[in-house]
Design a protein around this ligand. Sequence first.
Ligand code: 5GP
Length: 123
Amino acid sequence: MSYTYDDQNIFAKILRGEIPSTKVYESAHSLAFEDISQQAPVHTLVIPKGAYVCYDHFALEASDAEIVDFTRAIGEVCKIKGVQPSDGDGFRMISNAGQNGVQEVPHLHVHILGGRPLGRMLA
Ligand code: 5GP
């Protein structure tokens, strides 16, 4: 299975600085910014800087350094946004992939949602 990355997707443009975003956190291999359509009081997107279409692409092909950085970035965003269960009221992370996952933007992103009770949701 090979992955085809469209470098004209909206998050690639955000990474290149071609369109603006509200930055929450940035590290060597990751960027976090506010979702343009907030679905909860906290709704932040975390993306790797590398050209990965979806989570499985990233998990299979990213370097260890990228994977560690991205994992850490998600933790840092939870801390910055105050949604850690230890300090705040918790959060949900979602990463949609492909057609069945209803992925709109074909660059891996994790949604961090919180700030209100989110209800039970597995599908
Ligand atoms: P998906 O459905 O692919 O998991 O989620 C894509 C997310 O990207 C949506 O929540 C949508 O609101 C967000 N989004 C789409 N276009 C833009 C944009 O130009 N800027 C930002 N910050 N978010 C966007």
